[in-house]
Design a protein around this ligand. Sequence first.
Ligand code: NAD
Length: 482
Amino acid sequence: MNTGPYLNWIGGEWLAGNTTTTNINPSDLSDTIGEYALADAGQVESAVEAARSAQRSWAETGLEKRYQVLHAIGDELMARSAELGRELSREEGKPLAEGKGEVYRSGQFFTYYAAEVLRQMGETADSVRPGIEIDIRREPVGVVGVISPWNFPMATAVWKIAPALAFGNAVVWKPAELVPHSAWALAEIISRQADLPAGTFNLIIGKGSMVGQALIESKRIHAVSFTGSLAVGQKVLLATAKNMVRCQLELGSKNALVVMDDANLDTAVQAAVAGGYSGSGQKCTASSRLIVHEAIHDRFVEALADKLRAMTVGPGLDEATQVGPVVSAQALAGIEAHIQAAEKAGAKRLCGGERVNAATDGHFLSPALLVDTDNTMTINREEVFGPVACVIKARDFEHALALTNDTEYGLTAGIITESLSHAYRFKREAQAGCVMVNLATAGTDYHVPFGGTKASSFGTREQGQYAREFYTEVKTTYIKAG
Ligand code: NAD
């Protein structure tokens, strides 16, 4: 593969910056993927101005053409998911199947929103005054700043970019600097769409504190959709509020999976493995707290620990790998510090949490299970974002529910139970935006809303038809004939 430098896509041109960043494979530190141009604040401004100039002509492009552009991007992503998924796994570290799945899913987002282009219906009403008719239509918001995290380098951005374009907006996208290749590859596909006016879509790779900050402080954008940590999300909220720019935030989490005494043990273990450890636990939907009824506790933790000990930890690109590396040396050190602090506070490490010597030199940690933890421990309050789950014992359903909700976050929550009444009450009373019954907390669809409560989200929901709320502005027109 070409090692670059890979450039930014601004106003319909590939442009270099003053510096570059080096993209390193977290599974193999000797593997340099390439050099990527870092944009500067001036280029953020150019991208925003290009987007402003192009947005109107994109919004006026016929719906059929708009549909075709989005469909073509989606089709290409799906057709190339094996190749692009490999590159995504190489730079982010997730196992190959997850990398390919992410690219394929990104394609599905585009084809889903291609179809939404053709479903843009308005409403009409009679006025309370005779002889006057009212029409209510949705118009694009304008220029949307998209800021995405590294853990789903393509999907988290696509679930913003696809609806933004579908509803006639222009986009300026700042991806996470740790994973520039997936961003560049998507931009390259978008750049070849002849019917997308130059400037409608812009890629600006750069540092969050500089390029991201310049974008959120811009008075020339109309909306920012951000996915990332709570701390940065708060900065985005403050900066956009100052300029009265529309803002949507998808943030951190501390998701609970409740395992009731009547749970099917296999289902519970499978859900805990998939929810806690896929993507090396680096998912906003990860089940980092396992709240387990005391009557099933010992059987559950033994069965889960056995499964975890048998998992293959290794390079993302190795077909046999079940748990890839974590994303960086800094992330690895942070996860280890969390585990050590929890052990100091009385938690017992039943398995994992050790560095793994794989065939290549990467940031590998074996999947860890901590028991004897309680919900007040820091490890159960703060995001760990690694292959670590903590078990908290619950006396009964009420206790499990109270523990589930005792967190500042509220993205997903799950329960494993055969009881209809417990499932029903959990569905209604869990303070989370997405609730899973007899399923892992991770793993969501693209045609329905996604988002959280409390500090996990801010603003309207993403995905499905609900995305329309964020990417459109409502206009009410009164018409009197003659
Ligand atoms: P992060 O907040 O560090 O960075 C996210 C993005 O913000 C990056 O592109 C970064 O460069 C940029 N950024 C940093 N400082 C900025 C600033 N001052 N102004 C503007 N942009 C700035 O998050 P991360 O480490 O990349 O991702 C992990 C976090 O994302 C976790 O907290 C995870 O839970 C969250 N996440 C949430 C969801 C969700 O849907 N709720 C999905 C995926 C990830």
